[in-house]
Design a binder for this molecule. Sequence first.
Ligand code: HMH
Length: 207
Amino acid sequence: MTITCKGLLEKHSQAWHQATVHPFLTMCQSGTIERKQFNIWLVQDYLFVIEFTRFVARVLANAEIHHFDILLSGLNALKDELIWFKAKAQERQLNLSASPQATCSQYCKYLELLADMPYGVQVTALWAIELAYNQGWQLPGTMPEPYAEFAARWGNQDFTKYVQLLEQLADEVLSTADETIQLRAESAFLEIASFEKDFWSMAIAII
Ligand code: HMH
């Protein structure tokens, strides 16, 4: 039996729930998050997205040619996202040369480990990482400013469409992948779910 992205979400629904439904996000939605907590997330996520961009470039380097368009559109969106992060940090007078916290740095190291894994594992991981933010920012419902802008970045319809296309790429590769690769893709999915939960927790751990 071959695994699919939907199958992973069903089989590990609890782990996925913890990755995408978190007090950090409900506090944004209710407007009760402390500015300092939000700022920690913002700076750490910028540092994460730098390494994530490198990861997507590595996935592209392994990709089948007919996957190029979608992956290149993802890289192009990341170009804008990095500029946007800098603008948001400047508005809030945040220092983007901060050091990564332990959770951020472990997650970034994991992205490096993924670089040596087969393409099927990488593309499943890429889908999971993007889906975590797509669902995480969408599920709480309408957010007040200044958080609405953040929720829209990952919750908007174009981003949702992009994540659906990534799911198709992953399912296509998984459908013919051998069992070892399927099992490694499943482990990657679980690792990512756990890192995503920890990343939200990291931001609200202080105060
Ligand atoms: C921690 N996961 C984390 N940050 C992000 N920006 C995304 C996923 C989606 O790009």
